[in-house]
Design a protein around this ligand. Structure first.
Ligand code: ZN
Ligand code: ZN
Length: 81
């Protein structure tokens, strides 16, 4: 049992960036829209508007991505690999 937990915590393969620790210049991990569509006065960490996972906008891909590459696809965000 313990081995399974460790395997899940260890991120396989690609790096996993977050709002606090992002190393990609093309990512925008913030949003100025609240979940109910109101404009915010200050930028807040972005969350997927469908499933609530932390998310970001990648200007190189011109698309949104969940921060965790292992997060399952949802209605709004699909992995392409
Ligand atoms: Zn990032
Ligand atoms: Zn999502």
């Amino acid at each position: 049992m313990q081995g399974l937990v460790v395997a899940r915590l260890r991120a396989p393969g690609r790096t996993f960036c977050t709002h606090e620790a992002c190393t990609f210049a093309t990512h925008d991990h913030t949003t100025t829209q609240s979940p109910d569509g109101e404009d915010l006065h200050t930028a807040a960490p972005m969350r997927c508007r469908h499933c609530g996972q932390p998310a970001h906008y990648d200007s190189r891909l011109d698309d949104y991505r969940h921060d965790d590459p292992a997060a399952p696809d949802c209605f709004l965000i699909h992995r392409d690999d």
